[in-house]
Design a protein around this ligand. Structure first.
Ligand code: NAP
Length: 305
């Protein structure tokens, strides 16, 4: 068993920022990450709305953040968290190889891609169905693809793909996008993007790989010949591990306010994983800073033996 002041779960913008603040406060911390550092931001091409860094590439941003945290002494262990429990005041955070004994835990575990739930989605995942345009877009160079969704991710993915693919269909179930207007304007101006409003995806079909997308709109059913379908219908929290420790809302997000405090003393929630009005890079980073500062204050006021 290894002991730390703070165990941070997730190496996205919130988790790495928390690590920066923890290290600068002289606290010991470990960041546990199941996949790759950077979180959602590595899936973003150009970031236009992070203050002071217009146009920075998502992957470069994630690298810089990682280097900054490591430069200050933060360590990342690439490993899933399998269980979390508390025997007051200590937390036990289990990974396959180590149990971490922690004074505080910062859950910065983000959210996972929501599924469309239509026929063929699961069967063709990795065979034309993707949840990350910047990761997989290059495989569809010169081909016809569809993007499903109407938020910022869908609109930005469609724009990104319009520069690589021959034709991009964007399928949205409403009659207007909920993405930022500046991106919507760019999308509507792209010559090879076809927008399908008030349209639902019914089926993804093909032999070995994706070949067609069956869609339905008020004007009837249509079959689009596409080789790729990029699903961008939002994110959902993945907080089952914490359900017995603290209060989650009905959709599974941590109930935690601007101070990132959860209903469990010593457990903080930062970034996309908690209820919040705006899930963006800047708000995730801000949460990481707040959570680490609140954790430091909590550690300082408690007796530890
Ligand atoms: P989102 O904002 O939750 O949008 C999800 C979209 O998918 C909505 O248009 C929704 O339609 C649609 N949808 C959901 N379930 C569907 C289904 N079963 N079938 C068809 N359509 C479905 O998700 P997001 O775009 O991934 O963004 C997640 C968060 O990251 C947001 O807070 C977003 O602002 C942020 N983000 C920001 C930026 C940026 O600032 N540049 C970039 C990317 C993401 P309805 O509208 O009908 O619900």
């Amino acid at each position: 068993m290894q002991q730390k002041d703070i165990v941070i779960i997730g190496a996205g913008a919130a988790g790495l920022t928390a690590a920066i603040y923890a290290c600068r406060s002289g606290l010991s911390c470990i960041v546990l990450e199941e996949k790759m550092y950077g979180g959602q931001i590595v899936n973003t091409g150009e970031i236009e709305n992070y203050p002071g860094m217009p146009g920075v590439n998502g992957f470069d941003f994630a690298n810089a953040l990682h280097q900054q945290a490591e430069g200050l002494g933060a360590k990342i262990q690439f490993s899933p968290v399998t269980a979390i429990s508390k025997s007051d005041p200590w937390f036990y955070v289990e990974t396959p190889n180590t149990t971490w004994l922690a004074k505080t835990v910062i859950a910065a575990n983000g959210a996972v891609h929501r599924k469309l739930g239509c026929e063929g989605e699961e069967a063709f995942q990795g065979k034309g169905v993707s949840y990350c345009a910047t990761c997989d877009g290059a495989f569809f160079k010169g081909k016809d693809v569809a993007v499903v969704g109407g938020g910022n991710t869908a609109v930005e993915d469609a724009l990104y793909l319009s520069k690589i693919c021959r034709e991009v269909h964007i399928i949205h179930r409403r009659d207007q996008f909920r993405a930022h207007q500046v991106s919507v304007d760019q999308l509507l101006a792209a010559p090879n993007v076809k927008v399908h409003y008030q349209t639902q995806v019914r089926k993804i079909t093909g032999e070995m790989r994706t070949e067609q997308l069956v869609i339905e709109s008020p004007s009837g059913t249509e079959v689009l010949p596409v080789q790729g379908v990029f699903v961008a219908v939002g994110l959902a929290p993945n907080n089952q591990l914490f359900a017995s420790l603290c209060n989650l809302d009905e959709t599974g997000y941590f109930i935690a306010g601007e101070d990132c405090c959860t209903s469990c003393e010593g457990l903080f929630a930062a970034g996309d994983t908690r209820i919040k009005p705006l899930r963006q890079l800047v708000t995730a980073a801000a949460d990481g800073a707040v959570a680490a500062s609140m954790a430091a204050a909590y550690i300082g006021k408690k007796e530890w033996m």
